[in-house]
Design a protein around this ligand. Structure first.
Ligand SMILES: [Zn+2]
Length: 449
């Protein structure tokens, strides 16, 4: 078992020790100030130095079965029995402690807002730390917890105590969470000068000696993991300070670009956003008008009696408006840059009878594009896609349409006078089913006597 100097004095970061065991690139010392990974806190890094050499410590882990603490080294390895000087990376360790203390303190703040907000899991491996809470805290609770903690850290000097107590005595301390640890339990307590504990947790991690040294504790966002479990993402200490400074600097640059003070950026962005919506609507209306004009200018070709217009546009944004503007009883084929293309029909069934089945635009279009090596599809009235052979697009679709025979349904006759017999309507003979409507309209009901 390695002697854990970090529990004897959490602020002592240099120490003397002797190499006890070596396995691959990992070494065990008789004592170490390097904290091994555990409880959501990263293992320490740093450097080992001895008379003949020096190596970086890349990570530290504890073998739970043996109690040995292994230091993974990069560089030359010392031999067993070598006296070494160890030095923990102080800045990194300090940030780890700020994160961990911030986690305890924030969890306590949430508990004080509502005891239902209990901790299910924590993560402190990255600057963005996480606190998974039960009880569905809403935005107002999140803000309340953040304010409660800010005021506590700013106004109260909470100092760290780490007593080890018997599990039988745990109830005297009322820790925030139940612990699975049995026998002797290490507690992490932040207590005010009057002796009142702000937070008591069973924890093997390392912490800042005063709670205010973990400030600021800033909540970045919340994420709903599942019903009843919410992840609170937060930063603590220097990392939180650096983050806020960076965000403020970006906001200031943005504000300068808008020529407004930083606190008026949201107002400015809202105004720009509204302006953008208006411009977007205007652009859409203009595109629609342009699409209509392009269609009108396109010559009408006839494929087996069916009016077809082919339109080439120089802007992809015009493709859909052109298709949407298809006139009643016609087919429109449109081609945009990059082989993007589309086809649309409108109310063909009101104007034509077909030799076989209904003209399904999506099916015809998809088949033609597939044959050309492209892909696309859509609904029975409109389809879009992309073809690697844009030059042959119009011809290929017209060829596919030529498989149909379109017979125009006669235009509706002018309303006959009431009481007059209908004219006999019939579709032109072409082997098609004949439509005959013969009848007499009933006289219009009248109120006149
Ligand atoms: Zn802890």
């Amino acid at each position: 078992m390695t002697r854990a100097l970090y529990y004897e004095d959490g602020t002592a970061l240099t120490f003397d020790a002797t190499v006890q065991e070596i396995n691959g690139s990992e070494v065990v010392l008789d004592a170490t100030a390097f904290y091994p990974e555990g409880g959501g806190q990263n293992g320490d890094v740093g450097r080992l130095t001895w008379a003949e050499g020096s190596a970086a410590v890349l990570d530290t882990r504890k073998d739970k079965a043996t109690g040995l603490i292994w230091h993974r080294l990069e560089g030359p390895l010392p031999t067993v029995g070598t006296p070494i000087m160890g030095e923990v990376d102080a800045a990194r360790r300090w940030r780890q402690m700020q994160r961990h203390s911030g986690e305890h303190l924030l969890a306590q703040a949430f508990r004080r807002v509502n005891p239902a907000f209990s901790v299910a899991a924590v993560g402190m491996r990255n600057p963005e730390c996480t606190l998974d809470l039960e009880g569905d805290p809403a935005e107002m609770h999140v803000q309340a917890a953040e304010i409660l903690l800010r005021e506590t850290l700013g106004r109260t000097d909470l100092t760290l105590e780490t007593p080890t107590v018997s599990e039988d005595d745990l109830h005297l301390y009322a820790p925030r969470r139940e612990t699975k640890v049995r026998g002797q339990v290490r507690l992490v307590i932040f207590r005010d000068s009057a002796g009142e504990a702000f937070d008591v947790s069973a924890c093997g991690g390392l912490h800042v000696p005063r709670a205010s040294l973990a400030a600021p504790v800033v909540i970045l966002r919340t994420e709903r993991i599942r019903a009843g479990l919410t992840r609170v993402v937060f930063m603590a200490g220097e990392e939180a300070g650096e983050y806020l400074t960076r965000v403020y600097r970006d906001a200031r640059t943005l504000a300068q670009g808008f020529s407004v003070p930083v606190d008026r950026v949201p107002e400015r962005v809202a105004a720009l956003s509204a302006e953008r919506d208006v411009l977007k609507a205007e652009a859409a209306a203009l595109r629609e008008r342009l699409a209509g004009a392009l269609l009108e200018a396109a010559p009408v070709e006839t494929v087996n009696g069916l009016p077809v217009r082919c339109v080439t546009v120089d802007d992809l944004a015009l493709l859909l408006p052109v298709l949407n503007a298809v006139p009643d009883g016609e087919v429109v084929l449109a081609l945009a840059p990059g082989g993007r293309c589309g086809m649309a029909r409108k109310h063909l069934d009101r104007h034509f009878t077909f030799s076989n089945h209904l003209v399904d635009v999506g099916a015809i279009f998809g088949r033609v594009l597939k044959a050309a090596g492209g892909k696309g599809g859509g609904k029975s009235e409109i389809a879009q896609g992309v073809t690697p052979q844009p030059d042959g697009f119009f011809a290929a679709i017209k060829e596919a349409l030529a498989a149909f025979v379109f017979v125009r349904v006669p235009e509706p006759q002018p309303q006959p006078e009431y009481g007059q017999p209908f004219k006999k309507l019939s579709a032109p003979a072409s082997g098609l089913e004949k439509t005959e409507i013969v009848g007499m309209l009933k006289p219009k009901p009248s109120n006149e006597a």
